[in-house]
Design a binder for this molecule. Structure first.
Ligand code: IPM
Ligand code: MG
Length: 361
């Protein structure tokens, strides 16, 4: 089959890691007889440099006309990059939030699991790791605090900054349905995370999630307060299967969950709308400090490409092959610097891409 994939390299290590994911996708084409055509799109700082804005209509339209979007990362060093001299709505991050909204990518899936091969990189004690863990965070991505009205006002010489957190029932319902559907294909447990002891938006969240749960009698639902969840993630990560939560809580908890796996350089993500269309990106950032050095870990982006194959193109066998290739490379002892441990072979970004592509069968 032939598919059209939009590539957003973005900033920092973005171009390097997207290049390796593309290498792996090309290998999938060779082995399975598909054809992918790629279109490079600008977003974030790369778009500011060319167009003066982090997101253009052209990028939105081109993304919409493709089967899926594969992205690297956006953003720079806030202390030194000129992008951060611009007003907040013109900075790289605004481009990312903007494209998520424009493409209606309300469901952000962030898997976090412990590779047996990387157990040494996990910062938790052996007894906390137990038999390992395998969870997926389902984060609402187009509502809540990051999209509410915000302003800074000054009265009598005193500045006040206001951000608003709002959710309507429909926004909660559609993300809850995604979480239950995913749990149905996994270990059948949803932990819905909120702050219902304080926030109205969380109380509505809880009641809508309970309502949705009635349609999924075989799935266990539990509610957990977000502060407790932050603690449980390091106390007993094995208890989680699907974590369902709103935008900001999901942003924070997914970083925490990824660190628990040992390296944020390993974690992929998918941002989906109501159809099979999605934008796929690593969970990590653009790491400007190591950009251009050829040492970034491309695995999160390669695994994001595997998610793209699975969710947007419906190519499960091909996605399995990529995931298996990653596992084999780890088993064979190859590591990038961020996941390096004694007795392993340290490789750079491009070599890691080659080693994984070679193993796609
Ligand atoms: C993420 C990032 C973004 C977010 C930033 C860059 C706007 O932290 O994808 O988790 O907060 O969603
Ligand atoms: Mg984040």
């Amino acid at each position: 089959m032939s598919y059209k994939i939009a590539l957003i390299c973005g900033d920092g290590i973005g171009p390097e890691i997207v290049n390796e994911a593309r290498k792996v996708l090309d290998k999938v084409c060779d082995v399975y007889g598909h054809s992918f055509t790629y279109k490079n799109l600008l977003l974030g700082g790369a778009s500011i440099d060319v167009h003066g804005v982090p997101l253009t209509e052209e990028t939105i339209e081109e993304a919409k006309s493709s089967d899926a979007v594969l992205m690297g990362s956006i953003g720079g060093d806030a202390k030194t990059s000129p992008w951060y001299q611009l007003e907040p709505s013109k900075r790289p991050e605004a481009g990312l939030l903007g494209i998520r909204k424009a493409l209606n990518l309300f469901a952000n899936l962030r898997p976090a699991y412990l590779y047996q091969e990387l157990k040494d990189a996990c910062p938790l004690k052996e007894e906390r790791i137990g038999d390992g863990f395998d969870m997926i965070i389902v984060r609402e991505l187009t509502g809540g605090l990051y999209f509410g009205e915000r302003k800074t006002v000054e009265e009598n010489g005193v500045k006040t900054a206001i951000d608003t957190l709002s959710y309507n029932e429909n926004e909660i319902r559609r993300i809850a349905i995604k979480a239950f559907e995913i749990a149905g294909k996994r270990r059948k447990k949803v932990t819905s995370v909120d702050k219902a002891n304080v926030l109205d938006s969380s109380r509505l969240w809880r009641s809508v999630v309970e309502d949705v749960a009635k349609d999924y009698p075989d799935i266990t639902l539990e509610h957990m307060l977000v502060d407790n969840c932050a603690m449980q993630l390091v106390h007993n990560p094995g208890q989680f299967d699907v974590i369902l939560t709103e935008n900001m809580f999901g942003d924070i908890l997914s970083d925490e969950a990824s660190m628990v796996t040992g390296s944020i350089g390993m974690l992929s993500s998918a941002s989906l709308n109501e159809t099979s269309f999605g934008l796929y990106e690593p969970s990590h950032g653009s790491a400007p400090d190591i950009a251009g050095k050829g040492i970034a870990n491309p695995i999160a982006t390669i695994l994001s490409a595997a998610m793209l194959l699975r969710y947007s193109l419906n190519l499960d066998k091909e996605a399995d092959a990529v995931e298996k290739a990653v596992q084999e490379v780890l088993k064979d002892g190859y590591r990038t610097g961020d996941i390096m441990s004694e007795g392993c072979t340290c490789v750079g970004t491009a070599q890691m891409g080659d080693l994984i592509a070679e193993r796609v069968k």
